[in-house]
Write a protein that binds this ligand. Structure first.
Ligand SMILES: C[S@@+](CC[C@H](N)C(=O)[O-])C[C@H]1O[C@@H](n2cnc3c(N)ncnc32)[C@H](O)[C@@H]1O
Length: 198
């Protein structure tokens, strides 16, 4: 087991709930209006987005390398009666691949921060007209915002997200302010679609 994976397992084990029960506000605003289809939630954590998507009619694959986080998501999905709509996968997203031929109408990447380029890989798994939605902490948050990871190597800029979506149709690529009790956090948001004929 890698150190990073153990750290996340320990974090989930130490707290009853690490993230909010419902979806992140920006994710809700962007994804809420989309027609349900097949979704991939990369770095799904305790499954707040996977469960919310399943409740909205999506069929979801939720991948995270923390077995503790995934187990919590599975238990909550059972409680909510949406477990049959979610496939839970314990694996490392830097090497996990969907089954051959599987494409997604939505790839969601929420607050997953890695030195590896997971986004460029994930764009290959989009169905025609499928959307990749990324919401995460901005690099600028380190110096001008509050909270979030403190390692500049894993934080994103608008330019990096733009580059990861170079083969897609860009709908949004920008910083947004997320007010918190500790002050304003600076997030980055990407919404991009695979062209219908690509
Ligand atoms: C900040 S949490 C966000 C969880 C979820 N996306 C959400 O918004 O509630 C980051 C998650 O990424 C997962 N993670 C980090 N690196 C990973 C990797 N290489 N493979 C799979 N999951 C990873 C962690 O276990 C953790 O659950």
């Amino acid at each position: 087991m890698t150190d990073r994976r153990r750290t996340w397992d320990e974090r989930y084990a130490a707290e009853e709930r690490v993230w909010s029960a419902g979806p992140n506000r920006e994710v809700e605003t962007i994804v809420g209006p989309l027609p349900p289809g097949r979704a991939l939630d990369l770095g799904a954590g305790e499954g707040r987005h996977a469960i919310w998507l399943a409740q909205a009619g999506w069929t979801v694959t939720a991948v995270d390398f923390s077995s503790v986080g995934i187990a919590r998501g599975e238990a909550e999905a059972r409680r909510q009666g949406v477990d049959s709509a979610i496939e839970w996968v314990v694996d490392d997203v830097t090497r996990w691949e969907p089954p051959a031929g599987t494409l997604f109408d939505l790839v969601l990447v929420a607050y997953l921060h890695l030195p590896e380029d997971v986004l460029s890989r994930a764009t290959r798994w989009l169905a025609p007209e499928g959307a990749i939605v990324v919401v995460g902490h901005a690099l600028r948050n380190l110096t001008e915002g509050v909270g979030g990871p403190q390692d500049p190597a894993i934080l994103n800029t608008v330019e990096q997200l733009h580059a990861a979506a170079r083969d897609l149709e860009l709908e949004r690529c920008e910083e947004v302010i997320r007010p918190t009790e500790a002050g304003d956090a600076i997030d980055v948001v990407l919404v991009a679609r695979r062209p219908a004929d690509a």
